[in-house]
Design a protein around this ligand. Structure first.
Ligand code: ASP
Ligand code: MG
Length: 418
């Protein structure tokens, strides 16, 4: 069995859905499981619905939701002929699911409502696409992934119950070499039938989980880029394609913030040695990138550039050395706030810590840390991480930049600058 994951951009128009069908059609003599994200920017739009709802603006929330509904109805009308009514019936159930919720007042935490509402985007897209594929002769079985992927109730960042999910997935999806299944990424369900989400961009992770459980032969992520590049081509026009990468390299790249693949995706695949292909849905004949168990040699410098960084300097209040007690306390605070440092450097009586500037979390962190340390915050910084750096690559990238902090290992350099 092969697993295909199509992201939001690959299904954001009638033309693209038709191209997706053409891609899938080429694999008609193999068994494929297809994971699809919400169409285009639907997830962002649904986030706005939740925000309005939670702020008490019920009318606005309903209006925003209505726009999303109409977009999906229009797409269905253009795509579907014989199965439109059937699809409409399915979509209407999801509409009702959200609308009855929006008519109430929020009484639970924000994240709970977020998951009930935002998860609907994937259900819309997969319903429409599944009907369309069936109409054009690509017979497939639509699955509500919430029946299979069971999670805890840590809304917005739910953890999958691997054993229970594994059991359900194996029962629902027999490996017979032919039957095609189509389902949602990114979402799951608690034992109490509450929808959950696995974290933004989580569909890659869903694909990897299915692959691991079903012992798939490969996972292919269809994207709007040629494959994995050594830098973001929007920022670095001479970025180049990397044709082959090891699992190790990709996990490192994800750690430093490369936006190639959701960071949780690699482990389930590496554990079962299942190769991951990143291919371009606009040019499906191109080879793309293969990520598998290999030893990379001669990689070009891989550049990860992060904007919007903040540097927090923590100084011990009584001039005592920064030791394991301070560090333990700091990590406890970080774990509690659920924020991950991008860089940490310690000195005699200070710790410097660089993080993404998520305003609310930075405020929380500064407040908590100020009970133990004197704190100083600097915002508006950028972080450049270069793996497999060369002297030239560092010089070029740092020309005329005011460096605030630098850390270097044999394989990676990280530079925080103004
Ligand atoms: N639709 C979700 C998001 O935009 C999940 C995904 O695309 O992977 O974050
Ligand atoms: Mg996406």
């Amino acid at each position: 069995m092969k697993i295909f994951k199509f992201g939001g951009a690959s299904v954001n128009s009638i033309e693209r859905i038709k191209s997706m069908a053409a891609i899938v059609d080429q694999y008609s003599n193999e068994q494929i499981l297809i994971i699809v994200s919400a169409m285009g920017k639907t997830t962002n739009a649904l986030e706005k619905v939740v925000e309005a709802f939670y702020a008490g603006n019920k009318e606005q929330a309903l209006q925003l939701f209505d726009t999303i509904k109409k977009q999906h109805l229009t797409t269905s009308k253009y795509l579907l002929v014989t199965t439109f009514n059937h699809c409409l019936a399915q979509l209407s159930e999801f509409f009702t699911e959200v609308e009855w919720l929006l008519h109430d007042k929020p009484v639970r935490e924000f994240d709970y409502y977020y998951d009930q509402i935002v998860s609907i985007g994937e259900l819309f897209s997969t319903s429409i696409i599944s009907h369309y594929l069936n109409e054009v002769g690509i017979t497939n079985n639509w699955i509500d992934v919430r029946d299979l992927v069971k999670t805890d109730n840590n809304f917005r960042d739910a953890t999958i119950d691997f054993i229970e999910s594994s059991d359900k997935i194996k029962k629902a999806i027999p490996i017979d070499g032919k039957t095609m299944y189509l389902t949602q990424g990114f979402i799951g369900c608690t034992d109490e039938n509450e929808s959950t989400t696995l974290g933004r961009e989580g569909s890659d992770f869903t694909a990897a989980i299915f692959a691991n459980i079903l012992n798939a032969e490969s996972v292919t992520i269809w994207k709007d880029v040629e494959g994995v590049m050594n830098a973001d081509p929007k920022e670095f026009p001479d970025a180049q394609l990397i044709e082959e990468l090891s699992f190790n390299e990709v996990i490192e790249m994800a750690y430093y913030g490369a936006q190639v693949i959701h960071p949780k995706t690699i482990k389930p695949l590496q554990n079962k040695q299942i190769p991951l292909l990143v291919k371009c849905f606009l040019q499906p004949h191109l080879p793309g990138t293969i990520i598998h168990n290999t030893k990379n040699k001669n990689l070009p410098p891989i550049i990860v550039h992060k904007q919007n960084q903040v540097l927090i300097e923590l100084v011990s209040q009584d001039f005592s050395f920064v030791g394991e007690k301070h560090m333990a306390e700091l990590y406890q605070i970080l774990a509690h706030i659920k924020i991950k440092p991008n860089l940490i450097q310690t000195g005699a009586i200070n710790i410097q810590i660089c993080l993404d500037d998520k305003v609310e979390k930075i405020d929380q962190l500064a407040t908590a840390a100020s009970t133990i340390f004197d704190t100083h915050i600097e915002k508006g910084l950028k972080l450049l991480s270069i793996r497999h750096y060369t002297t030239d690559s560092i010089e070029n990238l740092l020309k005329e930049k005011e460096v605030v902090l630098e850390q270097k290992t044999k394989s990676t350099i990280q530079v925080l600058y103004k």
